[in-house]
Structures are given as C-alpha cells and as structure tokens.
Design a protein around this ligand. Structure first.
Ligand code: R5P
Length: 319
C-alpha cells in the first residue's frame, strides 16, 4: 500500500521554527497563502493539492508579537479546517506551545476548563491528531484531547544540555511547585542516567489564588549542590525566582533554571538581573522576542526542531 504523502505547513509567526523542522525532515515546507483583512479577519489556504495527504500544520500558540494567543489559535483552526475541506486524509496540528494548557481544571466556582474547550474546537474542525511539547499537565491534556496525541517531553533536551556541564559535581533537580514534580522527576532520571551518577530531588511549596502566590515550605537537600529548577514555562519569572531564593537560603552552590517555554511576560527581566541564576535555559518553541540586551544575551535556547521533527516522522510512519 502506498503511504499518503506528507505535507508540512508553517503558519505566519511560526515560520522560522517550521522551516527548521522541515529541514530536519529533509523536506520543503508546503506552500500556503495567508491574507489579512482590514477588520482583523483573515483567511489562509493551501497553494498546493493536499487531497489524500497526511498534512501537518505547525503553529506555536503563544501571544504577543503582533498577534494574541487567540489570533494564533483561530488561524490554526481555520487553516486545518480548510485542509480537511480540500481533501487532506488526515490533519495533525503541531502546537509546540499549546495555549490555555494551564487552565485545565476548576479552581474557583464556575471556572472554565479551557483546555477541554480548545480540544473540542480542534475536533470540530476535523483535526485528527495533535503534537505538542512539554504540556502543563500531561494527564489533563490527554483527557481533554480525544484524538490521538503525541507529547514530546523536554526532559531529554535538558538532560543532554546539563549532563556535560555538571560532570562530577553533586546536582539536584528542583520542582518549583508540587504540580511540576513529575516533570522534574523526568529530568532528574534522564540526567542521572546520562551522568551515571546520582542526582537529588527537591520541591518548593506554591499556591496561587487571585494572582497571589504563597507557600514557603522547601523539601530536599540542596546544600553545596548545583540546583536545576525545572518548570514547563516562564511567564513573569516569579515562580523560578522564589524557588531560586529558597535554594540560595538552603545553601545551593549554584542555581540554574530550565523551562520548556519562555514566554517572558512583564517583569521576567528580573530573572536575569537578580544575580541568582548561573543560566536560564528554554527551548525554541517560543521565540524570545520580549527579551533584549543583556537578558537576551544570557538566555540559552535549546533546539526544539529536532524532537518535533522526530515526532512528526513517527506519526507519519505509524499512519
Ligand atoms: C504554573 O503552574 C506553571 O507551571 C508555571 O510555574 C507558571 O505558569 C510560571 O509563571 P510565572 O513565570 O509567571 O511564575
């Protein structure tokens, strides 16, 4: 049986990352057109035949650089719908950063469960599969999306980056909140396996209500060790800063931050100005367009294109 041809599209604003993924797959990006109208509406269509194709559409869903997360989500949905209408055999949404993944449960009476509503919209336009990288809560994501999903973990990226830097120094992986404990454990295990030496674990207490963050409990031994604080994303940087201060008070010798998605919203420059971090490491799922000068120069960006390309190839091969 002949396999459906693979087409990979990269929407406006995600083009550089899509091109890197296409290069890893040794293909050219498929041609499409996006038009913006005066009233803010837009349309996008493929400029090539997609009938019978296994189509992948890459669009990273952060807000900011001229368009909001909502704008990006809308473009992705409409373009995927257009591909289905044009006869694509299957459409896979590749959202390296998935918006609204943090709103995966009710924390107040009558709260929305927005992750599930996003999943319902994916389904409504005929998206048959979704690929994302290091989502906020894997269980919530897998339950919200009823279509097949492929989650690309950031742990191998972080472990490969830090293992050669740590060599024989004692190290500990820190979760800045209990919700991220499994993520931190994945990084700890991956790092331990690459180094072939034990790596410790530590946790910080964090509660957020009405925008106010509380909790001061810190568990784990970081004294004299290199502490790597791991999170899914950096927004204001407040979560990492409070965990770093706790590590410093508990005697950590050196502190590094590793987060899959660098949103760097207002105030995140403090991360770099605080003088607490030896390095701040993110992946390339979100371009660091909000950082400039010294902060941008001190940021380390790991390549997300390679694991995303592998995920696309695996989905395509599996059919
Ligand atoms: C929250 O549960 C997330 O995992 C992140 O810790 C949080 O969104 C980071 O936000 P910020 O950088 O503003 O503290």
């Amino acid at each position: 049986m002949t396999r459906a041809p693979l087409s990979l599209f990269g929407l406006h604003g995600s083009r550089p990352l899509a091109e890197q993924v296409a290069a890893r797959l040794e293909i050219a990006l498929a041609a499409h057109e996006e038009r913006d109208f005066e009233d803010g509406e837009h349309k996008a269509r493929p400029l090539q035949d997609v009938r019978g194709h296994d189509a992948f559409v890459l669009h990273t869903l952060h807000g900011g650089e001229g368009d909001s997360a909502n704008d990006r989500l809308c473009r992705l949905l409409f373009f995927c719908g257009a591909l289905r209408d044009a006869g694509a055999a299957r459409v896979t949404a590749v959202a390296p950063y998935l918006c609204y993944a943090r709103k995966d449960r009710r924390t107040k009476t009558n709260d929305p469960v927005t992750t599930r509503y996003v999943a319902a919209m994916f389904e409504a336009v005929g998206i048959g599969q979704v690929i994302t990288l290091e989502v906020h809560n894997l269980a919530a994501f897998e339950n919200a999306f009823r279509c097949p999903s492929l989650h690309v973990p950031a742990a191998p990226l972080f472990a490969a980056h830090f293992a050669p830097l740590l060599r024989r120094v004692p190290a500990v992986v820190v979760s800045p909140d209990t919700g991220g404990a499994k993520r931190a454990e994945q990084v700890r295990e991956a790092l331990e396996s690459l180094r072939g030496a034990p790596v410790g674990a530590a946790f910080m207490e964090k509660h957020r209500s009405g925008g106010v963050v509380t909790g001061t409990l810190f568990a784990g031994d970081v004294r004299g060790r290199v502490a790597i604080i791991v999170d899914d994303l950096i927004s204001t940087g407040g979560t990492l800063l409070r965990a770093a201060r706790a590590c410093r008070e508990a005697g950590a010798a050196e502190i590094h931050a590793a987060a899959a998605h660098g949103l760097f919203t207002g105030g995140a420059e403090d991360l770099f100005a605080a003088g607490l971090f030896g390095s701040v490491v993110v992946s390339s799922t979100v371009p660091p367009f909000r950082l400039a000068g010294a902060a941008r120069a001190r940021l380390t960006v790991l390549d997300a294109a390679e694991p995303l390309a592998r995920a696309i190839a695996a989905c395509h091969d599996a059919g």
